[in-house]
Design a protein around this ligand. Structure first.
Ligand code: R2B
Ligand code: URA
Length: 304
């Protein structure tokens, strides 16, 4: 297999020993013409939900003027675990909930782009989250991911030993994304990635009795706020750490669906939830359009 990729030096050298690589959870293999299918990818936009992945794919098609054949928009590969759509230079895909699922997705999508010999690709996680002191519907663009101990690190066991990886996000890209003026708030801040929605995110509405009091929780949220945390979700640290190791430019852009200083239940109407989730997609979509427009101008200048 050929080893030409945007960041080949960051890729696992053992892959070269495989005659064929089976991307099991995607239902794709290196026997397929992955270069033809994915070789022009410039942006990978991922989020937890398959419904939102399809919605974003349709938005990309509309905004970039991409049309489909008679079959219409269809996910590529199998859809038991993840839904992967490809529209022009954009992959829109779902990664499921939590870091375990995201980890499988990131490994396979990155190998896929490596085998497809993609040049310069940017990853966006477009997610939902609980905000800290923010009006629901606000968008947080992360500068750094923090774990539940509020440390900028991702911990992983390898051969039974703990390994720690940094979790900063690309500062220039984050600033660019947060720059634009909109009818909703877009802020830069730290995002906590916690591998649990109930206990780990200190909810009092889980099935089990909490180990903390309301007062203790108030103090914890206050401390998080003082340390620059603006929101929390379930994938941030894994996403940031993986992209740093793979040398992939990446941004984490999340809509907030609730202010966690005020409560635990995500009880907004379906219409509100859809509108707020769209906010993060809008921020990323506009950025992609800007980049593509700049590229076209550059290419035009190159020709003249
Ligand atoms: C945000 O929303 C999901 C939980 O509701 C999870 O994937 C996350 O990070
Ligand atoms: N997603 C989360 O992980 N937490 C929330 O509070 C809302 C969405």
């Amino acid at each position: 297999m050929s080893l030409l990729f945007m960041n080949s030096e960051a890729i696992n050298p053992y892959l070269a020993e495989l005659d064929k690589d089976v991307l099991y959870h995607f239902g794709l293999t290196t026997d397929m013409d992955l270069k033809k299918m994915f070789g022009d990818t410039k942006f990978v936009c991922m989020g937890g939900s398959p419904v939102r992945a399809e919605k974003f794919a349709r938005k990309v098609a509309e905004e970039l003027g991409v049309t489909f054949d008679a079959d219409g928009l269809r996910p590529i590969g199998k859809t038991e675990r993840f839904n992967v759509y490809k529209v022009g230079p954009v992959i829109s895909a779902s990664h499921g909930m939590g870091m375990g699922s995201l980890s499988v997705f990131l490994n396979e999508i990155t190998k896929l782009l490596y085998y497809a010999k993609c040049g310069d690709v940017t990853y966006f996680r477009i997610g939902t989250s609980g905000g800290i002191g923010l009006e629901p519907g606000s968008v947080v663009v992360a500068t750094q991911a923090l774990n539940a101990e509020m440390k900028p690190t991702f911990e992983q066991h390898e051969l039974g030993e703990r390994h720690y990886y940094p979790t900063d996000l690309n500062p220039d890209l984050a600033k660019e994304l947060a720059l634009t003026k909109r009818k909703f708030k877009v802020v830069l801040g730290k995002t906590m990635g916690i591998d649990s929605f109930y206990e780990g995110q200190n909810r009092l509405d889980g099935a089990l009795p909490p180990s903390f009091t309301k007062k203790e929780r108030e103090i914890y949220w206050q401390l998080a706020k003082e340390r620059g945390v603006r929101n929390m979700e379930m994938e941030a640290t894994k996403f940031a750490a993986f992209c740093i190791r793979a040398k992939i430019r990446a941004a984490l852009v999340c809509s907030t669906l609730i202010d966690r200083l005020k409560g635990d239940q995500v009880d907004a109407t379906p219409e509100e939830l859809e509108e707020w989730s769209d906010h993060a997609q809008e921020v990323v979509m506009d950025h992609i359009k800007e980049i593509l427009a700049k590229d076209q101008t550059q290419q035009g200048k190159g020709r003249s």
